[in-house]
Design a protein around this ligand. Structure first.
Ligand SMILES: Nc1ncnc2c1ncn2[C@@H]1O[C@H](COP(=O)(O)OP(=O)(O)O)[C@@H](O)[C@H]1O
Ligand SMILES: CC(=O)N[C@@H](CCC(=O)OP(=O)(O)O)C(=O)O
Length: 286
């Protein structure tokens, strides 16, 4: 009996958070490096189903960098990264689109359906969701079909949410002339959270959060403010794949998103522990 009461106590602990987050939108970025296997995908999508059933409105933006690299390898196509972005020629763009939209997105939608949510897969083309433009970094380096977000048209997401669907978005954008662009998924997630004025942006990746020393997994920082992030970037303590994540958090926070979180998506129930308990497990930036 004692065990059963403890279980009920654990449920009741979530009550203030459920009350607070009822009806609120949470944008979840699911990184390719956190999608380790089917079991992990199933577990993350079940946690999201729980969010949905307690009245939260989840929206997912996913990555799939490792899956793109695998597809390119299989086809014998070489690709390389410049300042963290995959240089994308026309042939590579076709593979990026096919992999992200045709494979990764479909797989996540399938798992979400199995977990009991009405999930729907979208990419930037649907309802002109992600209007992109070619990305330049201020030098004359040509990244090819790498894009940045020009504008988000959130109507299709809002329509889906109102109808009870769980939108799952692949980070492929389209420009006014119909060209497709490969956009870093963290940056898309930040822009979508901003456009929706979400309650939270939650980034699921493959580290415990932001580490004070990126080579020391024990050095997680549990809470940071934006100016501290700027200092960590300048001093080189935040680098590589973490840069677009904190940039996404900044975009979100500057556009009325309340809180942003970076978590290890491979940790079982990371989302539930972060959202429904007082002790977060990752890094919260606000
Ligand atoms: N201060 C830091 N704290 C944690 N990770 C960092 C930091 N600076 C750089 N990183 C790197 O960022 C990586 C996460 O980005 P990335 O591999 O692109 O993940 P994802 O596939 O989830 O988008 C970490 O694995 C780590 O190598
Ligand atoms: C321009 C650019 O680099 N795009 C990324 C898009 C996928 C992505 O962002 O996936 P993760 O979240 O798994 O890293 C790429 O081609 O790998």
């Amino acid at each position: 009996m004692k065990d059963l009461i403890e279980r009920a106590d654990n449920l009741i602990e979530a009550l203030p958070y459920i009350q607070k987050f009822q009806g609120k939108i949470m944008v979840i970025k699911y990184g390719g490096n956190a999608m380790v296997n089917g079991e992990m995908l199933a577990s993350v999508l079940k946690d999201i189903a729980l969010l949905k059933y307690v009245g939260i409105k989840p929206v997912m933006v996913h990555g799939g960098g490792p899956a793109i690299s695998e597809s390119l390898d299989r086809l014998g196509l070489e690709s390389y990264f410049h300042k963290g972005l995959r240089v994308t020629d026309q042939e590579t763009m076709a593979v990026v689109r096919e992999t992200l939209v045709g494979q990764v997105n479909t797989r996540i939608v399938d798992y979400a359906g199995l977990a009991g949510t009405k999930a729907v897969g979208l990419s930037g083309s649907d309802g002109s969701l992600i209007v992109a433009r070619k990305y330049f970094d201020g030098t004359d380096f040509d990244y090819g079909y790498v894009g940045e977000v020009d504008r988000i048209n959130p109507v299709i997401i809002e329509t889906m949410l109102t109808a009870g669907y769980f939108p799952i978005i692949a980070p492929v954008g389209v420009d006014q002339s119909g060209n497709s662009y490969n956009i870093n998924s963290d940056l898309v997630a930040g822009e979508i959270a901003a456009a929706l004025k979400a309650e939270k942006l939650i980034v699921l990746t493959n580290t415990d959060g932001i580490l004070a020393d990126k080579n020391d997994p024990e050095s997680r920082i549990s809470r940071l403010k934006l100016p501290e992030i700027e200092e960590m970037i300048t001093s080189g303590r935040i680098a590589g794949g973490m840069l677009p994540k904190v940039k996404a958090c900044k975009t979100a926070l500057q556009n009325q998103v309340n809180r942003t979180h970076i978590l290890d998506g491979r940790q079982e129930h990371a989302l539930l522990l972060e959202i429904f308990t007082a002790h977060g497990i990752g890094t919260m930036i606000n």
